[in-house]
Design a protein around this ligand. Structure first.
Ligand SMILES: CC(C)(COP(=O)(O)OP(=O)(O)OC[C@H]1O[C@@H](n2cnc3c(N)ncnc32)[C@H](O)[C@@H]1OP(=O)(O)O)[C@@H](O)C(=O)NCCC(=O)NCCS
Length: 132
């Protein structure tokens, strides 16, 4: 989107877009932010979220994240995971309610991994048993 940031994931973004796994925030005719998500069998993940630098700190990132969470939970996802890359985005995800888990604290790349549980689902969830 900016030629920086997640440009290295361009192919993943295009592929996800074709599968309908990308939501965009639009200001007039301009795409100001986007989010890539992945619905798995039990849970889901938010893989990429980016807001154009000149539109940051206006609440767009939070709006995109909350809208995606709402849609994923509406499909019955029991939890949503996120890998905080860049690592400094951890505070952003925590401000939305994502928390570290006792088991999955770091990704393969040592980035913090956080989770948000769908509290409207009944029963308990042992994420250690989830191998998706
Ligand atoms: C992280 C990012 C998506 C946030 O988007 P944004 O539109 O600027 O964020 P918002 O304006 O919606 O801010 C939402 C909240 O997060 C906080 N926040 C935003 N960016 C933050 C950061 N880098 N560090 C800490 N807190 C942050 C804001 O203070 C705000 O808190 P509040 O609701 O208590 O006021 C944006 O900075 C971005 O695109 N960064 C580069 C890519 C990235 O890091 N993506 C996330 C990893 S996939």
């Amino acid at each position: 989107m900016t030629g920086e940031g997640f440009n290295c994931n361009r192919e993943i973004i295009i592929d996800s877009h074709q599968k309908g796994d990308v939501f965009c925030a639009i200001d007039g005719t301009e795409v100001v932010g986007f989010v890539v998500h992945n619905r798995k069998s039990v849970g889901a993940s938010i893989d990429i979220l980016e807001v154009r630098p000149e539109h940051r700190s206006r609440g767009i990132g939070k709006l995109l994240a909350l809208d995606t969470i709402k849609r994923l939970f509406a499909t019955g996802a029991e939890y949503i995971t996120v890998e905080c890359a860049p690592r400094k985005s951890e505070l952003f995800w925590r401000s939305i309610g994502f928390m570290p888990t006792s088991e999955i604290r770091r990704s393969t790349w040592e980035n913090p991994k956080l989770i948000l549980l769908n509290v409207t689902q009944s029963g308990t969830l042992d994420i250690r048993q989830r191998k998706e």
